[in-house]
Design a protein around this ligand. Structure first.
Ligand code: SF4
Length: 319
């Protein structure tokens, strides 16, 4: 098993990092990204608008036309069309961007926004929402988790993103996209994490391991789709019970009782998931644990750092 002590590398919209690159000459510094996350991961700034040579400040861009393939226009410059330049810029960065593990993009930006950018008709008037042109390109081929800063507002959401980014990182570290046996090894090792996103989805992935093992370097779409599906409390409980039934070495009766109490404490709502894992971690040290139990209870250092940065769920949150 490849154990990566290396930092996770995330591409981040540059204005979120506190750089004044926005159209209005300002930044959108995000305290959590610039604080705890910056200490736990390497953050790589991305600004597609200055990347295509636009100045700071500059007139704002709007999106018009078709939802599936909108145009980026500058009303203050006679509807200047920046669509080709923004899409070509994203494609020209492909090799550099695919060296990263995931992306945090500025919400509602006509370049960086994900699904929440106002889409205007030819003469104004809102027609719904779409994605910014850079973000849409990235989503098409990056094979990495993408999220907006607005989607990271709670510890639970940050933990989910951390886990998705880390699992995609590990997919690549294990070269799981190179052959079916490696894909199966990945899916087995992270079984207890993945099944929390849906047992049927996990089984479908396992059944598709032949195809996944020929997916190349990117994290396969089916795996990204599973990770986007929320890990519910009910599914997490099912995974903990599965751990108890199938994935532990023989325990002495006192230890087995403590493990059962910790899991039933989660079932009763006495402890959240993070606190339950911490309790189980103390009861079940790494040695002698089989790989799926180790992956669930003793995350690799890169993930442990990200989870610590994400913070603990709020009391009462159904993490
Ligand atoms: S293009 Fe993206 S990174 Fe650049 S200022 Fe706009 S939202 Fe921020």
């Amino acid at each position: 098993m490849t154990e990566t002590g290396t930092l996770i590398r995330l591409g981040v919209s540059q204005c979120l990092l506190g750089d004044a690159v926005r159209y209005d000459g300002r930044d959108k510094r995000h305290p959590w990204i610039c604080g705890p996350l910056a200490a736990a991961a390497e953050l790589v700034p991305l600004c597609p608008e200055t990347g295509i040579g636009l100045p700071v400040p500059r007139p704002p861009i709007v999106l018009r036309g078709d939802r599936a393939r909108p145009e980026a226009r500058v009303p203050a410059q006679g509807e200047r069309d920046l669509s080709t330049a923004l899409r070509a810029h994203a494609r020209s960065q492909r090799a550099r961007l695919q060296a990263l593990d995931g992306f945090i993009l500025k919400a509602r930006s006509p370049s960086c926004g994900l699904d929440d950018v106002p889409l205007l008709g030819p003469h104004g008037g809102r027609r719904g929402t779409t994605s910014g042109l850079f973000a849409a390109e990235l989503r098409t081929w990056s094979g990495r988790p993408l999220v907006s800063e607005a989607g990271l507002s709670t510890p639970a959401a940050r933990r989910a993103f951390a886990e998705a980014v880390h699992l995609c990182h590990q997919w690549r570290a294990m070269a799981a996209g190179r052959d079916p046996a490696r894909a199966r090894a990945f899916l087995q090792r992270y079984r207890l994490l993945l099944m929390a996103h849906g047992r049927r989805r996990y089984r479908a992935l396992l059944a598709a391991a032949e195809r996944l093992g020929e997916a190349g370097d990117g994290c396969p779409g089916a795996l990204l789709a599973l990770l986007r599906h929320p890990a519910t409390r009910r599914r997490r409980l099912a995974c903990l019970r599965r751990l108890q039934r199938q994935d532990l070495p023989p325990l002495d009766p006192a230890r087995a009782r403590q493990v059962a109490q910790a899991i039933e404490g989660f079932a009763a709502g006495d402890r959240d998931h993070a606190a339950t894992l911490a309790r189980l971690r103390r009861l079940l040290p790494t040695d002698a644990l089989p790989p799926p139990a180790r992956a669930l209870l003793h995350p690799e250092p890169a993930l442990a750092r990200l989870l610590a940065a994400a913070g603990n769920p709020e009391p009462g949150a159904h993490d």
